[in-house]
Design a binder for this molecule. Structure first.
Ligand code: T3D
Length: 264
C-alpha cells in the first residue's frame, strides 16, 4: 500500500515506519493518523515483520496533533469534537502499538511534542539522538495530556516528574529524558539509525511470539495486584512453552550452539 504521509520500508525482518511531513515536524493530521493505524495493522499481519522502528523524517520526530487542521475546523465555524477524534484516531493507534505482538522501537530523531511524545512512550524501547527533545505540549495550547500520556509518563518517570512536565509543558533534552528513565539510550545524532537498526536486527532474530507474550504480561501487570499478575505470567508461560522457538532455545542450549529462532 502506498502512503501519503508515511514511508514504509521492510528489510531483513525489520519494518521502518517513517513519519513523513518534515516541514511540519511530522505533526499528525487525520491522513497520517489513519495511515499509522493501517501501517501497524499491516505490521501485525505480515509474518516477515519481526521488529518495527518508528521514526521521523527531517529534524523532528512528531510535533503532536496538527494544530493547523484543528484551527481550520474551528475557523470554518465547526466544532472540534476532541473526545470523538481521540476515540477514532489516537486511542486505537496507541492500543494497536501496545498490542502488536512484536517489538517496536522509537528512533527519536528530533523533537517529540504532545501526542508525538505519547507515540514515543507507546513504543517498547526508545533510543534518542542527542539533539532530540521531549515536551508535554498539551497545556501550552490549553489541552489535557492524551494518547496515553497520563498512563505512561508517571509509570516511566514517576508521578512528581510527570506532573511537573504536564503542568509546565517544559521541554527536556534527550539526556534529561535518559536520566529520568523516559528513554533507554542517547546516541550521537549521526549514529541514531545505525544504532537502532542494529538493535532492531537483533530483535528480529528473537523468539517473536514470546516477545508478544512478554509485552502482554507487562501491560497486564501494570494495573493488577500480584496474585493476578502471577496467574497471568503462568498463562503466558504456558503459551511460550508451546512455541517452536522455546524448543529451539532449549536444544540450542543443550547442544552448546546459538539458537535460530523463527518467530513461531
Ligand atoms: O483530538 C485531538 O486530536 C486532540 C489531540 C491533541 C494532541 C496534541 O498533540 S496537542 C499538542 C499539539 N502540539 C503542540 O502544541 C506542539 C506545537 N509545536 C511547537 O510547540 C513547536 O513547533 C516545537 C516546540 C515542537 C518545535 O519548535 P521549533 O521552534 O523547533 O519549530 P517551529 O518553527 O515551531 O515549527 C516548524 C514548523 O512546523 C512550523 O511551520 P512553518 O511556520 O515553518 O510553516 C510550525 O508551524 C510547524 N509545526 C510545529 N508543530 C506543529 C506545526 N504545525 C502544525 N501542528 C503542529 N503541532
Amino acid at each position: 500500500m502506498a502512503y501519503e504521509t508515511l514511508l514504509y520500508a521492510k528489510e531483513d525482518g525489520v519494518l521502518t515506519i517513517t513519519l513523513n511531513r518534515p516541514d511540519k515536524l511530522n505533526a499528525a493530521n487525520d491522513t497520517m493518523l489513519n495511515e499509522l493505524q493501517e501501517a501497524f495493522k499491516q505490521a501485525g499481519r505480515d509474518e516477515e515483520v519481526r521488529a518495527v522502528i518508528l521514526t521521523g523524517a527531517g529534524r523532528g520526530f512528531c510535533a503532536g496533533q496538527d494544530l493547523a487542521s484543528v484551527e481550520e475546523r474551528l475557523h470554518g465555524g465547526g466544532r472540534m469534537d476532541y473526545g470523538a477524534h481521540l476515540r477514532h484516531t489516537y486511542n486505537p493507534l496507541i492500543l494497536r502499538i501496545r498490542r502488536l505482538p512484536k517489538p517496536v522501537i522509537a528512533a527519536v530523531n528530533g523533537v517529540a511534542a504532545g501526542a508525538g511524545m505519547s507515540l514515543v512512550m507507546a513504543c517498547d524501547l526508545r533510543v534518542a539522538a542527542e539533539s532530540a527533545s521531549f515536551l508535554q505540549a498539551f497545556v501550552r495550547v490549553g489541552l489535557v495530556p492524551d494518547s496515553g500520556s497520563t498512563w505512561m509518563l508517571p509509570r516511566l518517570i514517576g508521578m512528581a516528574r510527570a506532573t511537573e512536565l504536564m503542568l509546565t509543558g517544559r521541554r527536556i533534552s534527550a539526556q534529561e529524558a535518559l536520566d529520568w528513565g523516559l528513554i533507554n539510550k542517547v546516541v550521537p545524532d549521526n549514529a541514531l539509525m545505525e544504532e537502532v537498526n542494529t538493535l532492531a536486527g537483533e530483535l528480529a532474530k528473537a523468539p517473536t511470539k514470546v516477545i508478544g507474550y512478554i509485552k502482554r504480561a507487562l501491560d497486564f501487570a501494570a494495573t493488577r495486584p500480584l496474585d493476578e499478575a502471577l496467574e497471568y505470567e503462568a498463562d503466558m508461560q504456558e503459551l511460550a512453552g508451546r512455541t517452536e522457538d522455546h524448543l529451539e532455545g532449549l536444544r540450542a542450549f543443550l547442544e552448546k550452539r546459538p539458537p535460530t529462532y523463527r518467530g513461531r
